[in-house]
Write a protein that binds this ligand. Sequence first.
Ligand code: PHE
Length: 443
Amino acid sequence: MNAGRGEFATRLGFILAAAGSAIGLGNIWKFPYVAGQNGGGAFVIVYLIMVFSIGLSVMLAEFAIGRAAQRNPVGAFAKLKGGAWTGVGYLGVAAGFIILSFYAVVGGWTLAYTVHTMGTLLETSDPKTLGAFFGEFTADPGSSVFYHGLFLAMTMAIVIGGVEKGIERASKFLMPVLLVLLVALCLRAVTLPGGGAGIAFFLTPDFSKIDIDTINAALGQAFFSLSLGMGALLTYGSYLSRQVHLTTAALWVTSLDTSIALLAGFLVLPAVFAFGYDPAAGPGLTFITLPAVFAQMPGGAFFGPLFFGLLSIAALTSAVSLLETAVAYFVDNRGLSRRKATAWAGIIIFALGIPSALSFGALSGQTVAGRTFFDLMDYLASNVMLPLGGIAISVFAGWTIMDRIIDEITADGAHGFPARTIWIWICRIAAPLAITWILVSGL
Ligand code: PHE
């Protein structure tokens, strides 16, 4: 173990922290609207296939690479092989900067909605009024940049606290509360009059709707939601002791992440249909429909702020893993103190996020190929950089240093690995070919 790098104290703490990285805005904000834009049920099927084949395998590879190297992504590829492979680590750290820059904007919205649902926002359940509020709020440059900065500052405060005291402690307590609240809210949403159409949309796959765009969206969403392809989970794996079964941990994290995404679908999509809203409306979907649900339910004035508060926390635990990856690089490879590393990374990400924060107002008209700066950052990171990272990680684990990785997964034979053959073939052939095909056809 590298003295002074920090380490997760317990197995449960690690699983919850990795799940905390995976579970975030990707599940609750992004999944329902991406499913809505891509035909509902058809998308969900493709998504589930991606998650439990490619996603699970890449996650296991990331945990193993991280634990084998005990380093950040750049340091890990350099230590285990070096040469051009080190570039994969840099790609990951760069993706982390880009993702956090727009992620913190949406994280800022969740903070603001925690405040606003305590005020007068829930006095109406009219989607038009709530939509107008969302539009005005996100278009206002002062508040979007302010909340973006506030969210980043909170992320930085946790990262400065270090692995065990900051990340592990926060995740352990807050994630279970979020799960219970989501289940309760789902029960309300699925019983809304007219909500059944949303459930049907979400569950009935229309296979004729599956095309390359659906598949590309599902792939990007799988990588984003599972925190894969940029080394965040690799970095968490590097803080892990050899007692932990990596296969079990990966299965847990994947299943938890998927359950929360599906729950969010059962929460948001029935509400969309019950209130006559457009499922393909995009990033505002969750922020417009959920307040309508709260406004219509008993105790909504209590559950509304509680929900957005917990969503902020789920977003924070993911943001922490994004920032931690960059910080680990600066600490391990550049010799900066944790404090300095966090400050520098935070400032750069804040600046990079400003055009994203302005993408719903001042810069909403500036588009490249129909995408605002915000959409462009999201697309570039989720649908290009993370899948590219996924190819590299699969090839690295499956071909370049396979024996070393299998020893790591099994802790030199101490832990069983029943899915070994399947995992090897997914990493060697299936994942690289499938991802390459999707990336190339998507162009
Ligand atoms: N998985 C996180 C979410 O769903 C986002 C994330 C992506 C975190 C990539 C780390 C790395 O919200």
